[in-house]
Design a protein around this ligand. Structure first.
Ligand code: ATP
Length: 202
């Protein structure tokens, strides 16, 4: 899947609607210190379903909303939209019927996050799975934050393995396995209850 456009509105320092066209090939972001380069990368990670406020350099998730400046009041919501070129039909099933795929995440103060895929409401999990299956996503090793290389060098083998699994595109399978195990445990508990009832009736 190829990202073709990123739109930000009220996200961190990007208070006004801002649109970035992501062209073919390598894209570089340059600018003076504090101009918002890392905020852009965080917006990309956020729209793909990041749930850890710390990974957004905030104390809570609402910290991604423009907090106000001397001349401008704070905003009440932040929105990031990512357009994916799907002409090659590489998007996972369920998201694969159009030439482009638009994922929108919006956070409103005191109301949390909501996601849309091509205009339809979807769950956070659907968006996270979509990107995990495509070997990208909020934890993708393709998005390298400042300080991440030294973290990787010093990481324990288990953490390094997780990075390799993410790159191989199998991290979505772990999530599905976890959910299947929870369902199985629920079914086993129900069966045990049925056995108890049958015993009482016998
Ligand atoms: P450097 O080159 O120093 O790493 P950078 O270009 O990556 O800098 P960022 O860290 O992306 O810059 O942006 C930091 C700027 O974003 C700061 O000016 C900070 O005040 C602003 N900022 C962060 N969160 C918010 C927010 N919620 N509301 C308004 N401004 C914010």
């Amino acid at each position: 899947m190829r990202f073709s456009k990123l739109r930000l509105n009220g996200f961190k320092s990007f208070v006004d609607p801002t649109e970035l066209i992501i062209a073919d090939g390598l894209t570089g972001v340059v600018g003076p210190n504090g101009c918002g380069k890392s905020n852009l990368l965080e917006a990309l990670r956020w729209v793909m379903g990041e749930t850890r406020a710390k990974a957004m350099r905030g104390g809570g998730m609402e910290d991604v909303i423009f907090a106000g400046a001397a001349s401008r009041p704070a905003r009440n919501f932040a929105e990031v939209s990512l357009t994916i070129d799907n002409t090659e039909r590489l998007a996972p099933a369920g998201f694969n019927d159009l030439d482009s795929l638009d994922i929108i995440r919006r956070i409103t103060r005191d109301a949390g996050s909501a996601y849309k895929a091509n205009g339809k409401d979807v769950r956070a999990r659907d968006v996270q799975m979509l990107f995990a299956d495509a070997s990208t996503g909020a934890h993708s090793p393709a998005l390298v934050r400042q300080g991440q290389i030294s973290e990787l060098i010093n990481a324990r083998p288990k953490a390094r393995r997780r990075i390799l699994e993410e790159a191989a595109g199998i991290s979505g399978l772990y999530q599905r396995r976890h959910e299947a195990e929870l369902k199985l445990n629920g079914a086993e508990t129900n069966l045990a209850r049925v056995d108890d009832v049958l015993e009482q009736l016998a």
